[in-house]
Ligand binder design. Structure first.
Ligand SMILES: Nc1nc2c(ncn2[C@@H]2O[C@H](COP(=O)(O)OP(=O)(O)O)[C@@H](O)[C@H]2O)c(=O)[nH]1
Ligand SMILES: [Mg+2]
Length: 253
């Protein structure tokens, strides 16, 4: 089975891939780790497959004379072009392990473009695939930012059409009061509604209602989890939600 780790740049994807895969191994699970971020400088885990052995953002910039953004777009084209070769690597054998996939820092390039989605469809054809969507808990210092990022997980679910588990990361960096606020936003649709109406003022009231309903439905199908990728807090809870998600897409192992 494949576990895609997605989220905005800096949300903690790479850190979570490293610490959570280690935790799973220590708990007797077979795990492999794939780095699909061609822009990563270093990764704190030993990848079983690393896309940087095929191309890196820096190489692409030089070879095609592109700036960083152009190179990222080119990288997602190359990822799809070379997908058969990539997926043939033994690291992607899906049935004897949980295969973690660390994705590019720039979520929009991978997830909100046809190439990224086509790659995900290829994974899905091989084995059950789910995603974790990381949101940085520190964003709650501006509730509007937090809710917008939170809703992005929902759009990801719509776009990719696979189960997406919303995960609040860096919970070690927020105080008790902020933690309560986050809990209220992610577990209580009424609070979320209040926040959307008050803080996302640009949103028309009817649209706000619709957004609240969508997010509430999303949460019902997928329970949010709070973790600290750095400290390893919340990993048992994350495991039970990941397990449930795989069960619901037909893979009980
Ligand atoms: N305090 C704290 N820092 C974290 C946590 N997870 C990630 N970070 C830090 O956030 C920064 C970005 O993390 P990274 O894993 O590279 O994010 P990515 O861009 O999503 O892959 C790094 O400095 C990490 O050490 C966490 O749970 N707690
Ligand atoms: Mg990363």
């Amino acid at each position: 089975m494949y576990l895609l780790v997605a989220g905005l740049a800096g949300s903690g994807k790479t850190t979570l891939v490293a610490s959570y895969s280690k935790w799973l191994r220590e708990n007797g699970h077979n795990v492999r780790v794939v780095n699909l971020d061609p822009g990563a400088e270093t990764v704190p885990y030993k990848p079983d497959f690393d896309v940087r052995n095929l191309f890196t953002v820096v190489d692409i910039m030089k070879k095609y004379n592109l700036g960083p953004n152009g190179a990222l777009l080119k990288a997602s084209e190359l990822l799809l072009e070379k997908s058969d070769e990539i997926l043939a690597n033994p690291a992607f054998k899906p049935y004897d392990a949980i295969v973690f996939i660390d994705t590019p820092g720039q979520l929009e390039v991978f997830m909100f473009r046809a190439e990224g989605r086509k790659f995900v469809r290829k994974l899905l054809r091989r084995a059950p695939t789910i995603a974790i969507f990381l949101v940085d808990a520190q964003l709650c210092s501006n509730v509007g930012d937090f809710v917008s990022s939170w809703a992005l997980g929902l759009f990801l679910q719509i776009k990719l059409d696979i189960p997406v588990i919303p995960v609040i990361n860096k919970i070690d960096l927020v105080g008790e009061e902020e933690r309560k606020l986050i809990e209220a936003i992610v577990y209580e649709p009424e609070t979320l509604k209040e926040v959307i109406v008050k803080k996302l003022r640009g949103l028309d009231a009817a649209l706000a209602e619709d957004l609240v309903k969508l997010v509430a439905d999303y949460q019902q199908s997928m329970r949010p989890v709070m973790v600290s990728a750095l400290r390893g807090d919340g990993f048992e809870d994350l495991f039970s939600v990941v397990h449930e998600a795989f069960c619901s897409c037909g893979d009980l192992s």
